[in-house]
Design a protein. Structure first.
Length: 400
């Protein structure tokens, strides 16, 4: 299971790099095209590039040239492979380990099959709603479409928070957007290109709307890329998703990521450097940080964890006292051990072992972040750690 997860994650990263690289390149290319003299019929613009010791002349046709070359390079498998590997990883890491990472009984007590069905159904629904919006009269207004689409993603993020664990909610929000991106390629962009080619082969004039629609969907993908990457990485940082306002963090990251792409798209188009986009993006990230800080403060208040004087029982040595060691042994050490006894955990997660008082003391800061501040550990509180034991850990750490 561990090697399977590693290899799937490796594959997902590799294919993701390929897809994002080609997406960013073609957005840059489109923005860099310029009209020149003596361009062939139907050509929109061209650009010269230099790379790897050679020069490249690239020319774009709005629809297609009169005569197609014998060989065409299709940029689609990067997208398909990224989604397939990501969905496989979602199954491997979340659906097959639903009780540990996806289902939180304190949120909604459902079974693994029901949780997987809800997750997969939500991904499909995400595409249906998005595609409907893109084909509705609303699509004539770019700002209106963006606002409604933004509200829909935030609404789904909030809904996920009422169904899955905090970590599961964040990863499904990212998967929802990633599914929309790949479906854009599989169900709109590539089919439209096939229709254009079929028209050319039949001696007909291709419909220019087909190419324009594909370009719009490709642009949507470009603006979603950075937020999706953030959400995919967030499962390693519980401070991002542990807040009850995590849906607001999603919204701020959406705006920040999109604005960074706005900056580069305008810059590559020769429309100047819109530095205000970076300022607003930075303010959005600071807002996300503030939300997590507020949530951390509320978590401390909920546990009654105001700063305390060092309890006498915890003074006098670098090692964890017996009371703390007992809490960790009963709630954490079944996984964080030389030989974990929890089913499906073959090795101590992240190599963190908490079997001895000295090991516990060495990882005090991680314990505070994971078990006290964010409550990310135990996962979904699977060992049912009560607040009283979290207070014991907090009091000990406060006294160090």
């Amino acid at each position: 299971m561990e090697w399977g997860g590693l290899l799937l994650r490796w594959l997902h990263v590799i294919t993701g790099i390929a897809w994002i690289g080609s997406s960013f390149y073609f957005m840059h290319l489109d923005a860099s095209l310029r009209a020149v003299a003596n361009m062939p019929k139907g050509a929109y613009g061209e650009v010269w590039e230099v790379h790897g010791g050679g020069f490249y002349e690239v020319r774009k046709y709005l629809v297609a040239p009169d005569d197609l070359p014998k060989e065409l390079i299709w940029h689609k498998w990067e997208s398909y492979a990224t989604w397939l590997s990501g969905f496989s990883l979602l199954i491997w890491a979340y659906y097959l380990k639903a009780s540990m990472f996806l289902i939180d009984p304190a949120v909604l007590n459902i079974g693994p099959i029901a949780a997987a069905a809800i997750g997969i159904g939500a991904l499909g629904l995400g595409w249906v709603v998005y595609d409907y919006l893109c084909n509705s009269p609303l699509a004539k207004n770019d700002a209106g479409l963006a606002a409604v689409g933004f509200a829909y993603v935030i609404g789904m993020a909030a809904l996920f928070q009422h169904v899955f664990s905090a970590r599961g909610a964040f990863i499904h929000t990212g998967a929802l957007m990633a599914t929309i991106m790949t479906a854009n390629v599989f169900l709109v962009i590539i089919p439209n290109q096939h229709k254009i080619i079929a028209s050319l082969k039949a001696g007909e004039t291709p419909d220019p709307r087909l190419g324009a629609i594909g370009k719009i969907r490709s642009t949507h993908n470009n603006y979603l890329t950075l937020p999706v990457l953030f959400l995919m990485l967030s499962n390693h940082y519980p401070i991002t998703y542990s807040s009850k306002y995590a849906f607001a963090v999603v919204g701020l990251v959406l705006v920040a990521g999109a604005l960074v792409r706005v900056f580069y798209n305008l810059r590559h188009a020769g429309k100047g450097d819109k530095w205000w986009t970076w300022i607003v993006a930075a303010l959005c990230i600071l807002g996300a940080v503030a939300i997590t800080a507020l949530s951390s403060s509320q978590a401390r208040d909920q546990l009654g964890l105001a700063p305390l004087d060092p309890p006498a029982a915890y003074a006098g040595g670098p090692e964890a006292p017996r009371q703390v060691a007992n809490v960790v042994a009963s709630r954490c050490s079944m996984c964080h051990a030389d030989e974990p006894v929890w089913e499906g955990i073959p090795a101590a997660p992240k190599g963190v072992k908490l079997e001895t008082p000295s090991e516990i003391a060495r990882h005090a800061e991680e314990i505070y972040m994971q078990a006290v501040l964010t409550r990310a550990m135990p996962p979904n509180n699977i060992t049912e750690m009560p607040d009283s034991e979290r207070r014991i850990l907090r009091d000990w750490i406060a006294a160090r």
